[in-house]
Design a protein around this ligand. Sequence first.
Ligand code: AP5
Length: 216
Amino acid sequence: MNIILLGPPGAGKGTQAQRLQAERGMVQLSTGDMLRAAIKAETPVGVKVKSVLAAGELVSDDIMVDLIGERLDQPDTEQGVIFDGYPRTQLQAEALDRLLAERGRELNHVIELEVDEEALVERIVGRFSCGNCGAGYHDVFKLPKVEGVCDVCGASDFKRRPDDNAETVRTRMAAYRAKTAPILPFYEARGMVSRIDGMASMDTVYDELTAILDRD
Ligand code: AP5
């Protein structure tokens, strides 16, 4: 099963994708994580996109389509993918259809997390993650069970994203409204869009999400 999680920055896409990966064996394909890894490794793509991410703008479609195409060629993606952060433009959505069809795969669900944008700033500025395994946390909503120790891998080094500040978040939200939200009708026309209240608790969102996946 291949699904897209859609929603503005901080909607909870990554949180839910990590849990689906851990509990259902699906593969989280986070384009933000892929780009941050490229930046860290100083690959040619990483060098090119570093300032784009820092500004909260969208990376160009050609880079993103190549990145997703290469990732879909890795065999682990055959068991089902959660697209987290892709597609973000109409062109990327059309390219995804092509990339999946070329590999004999199809898209099953597009799930939009509906949220109150004002509350998202608080979510984003409070976010941090494990520097070792990437597990996500929040200063208020999801602290590690033992202070300073990752629940998943036991590491004690945590990090925050440089683009997680109130100013850049506004730019990222504007990009979502202008370029990403308008792709919903493309999928609505195929009857594959479901909506979930992303302001509910993380557990409730997860339960609703899995109920949609289990409907098939
Ligand atoms: P990306 O990494 O995808 O960032 P984003 O879309 O801005 O999404 P976030 O990761 O900020 O939010 P999320 O929805 O995953 O929220 P999370 O679950 O962490 O992209 C970064 C950048 O890369 C972009 O700005 C762009 O430059 C570039 N890029 C990436 N893909 C691209 C593409 N396809 N095309 C072009 N450019 C691209 O949750 C946030 C916090 O809230 C967490 O701390 C969490 O614990 C908490 N939380 C989650 N759910 C709940 C809940 N229900 N209740 C309370 N707290 C919650």
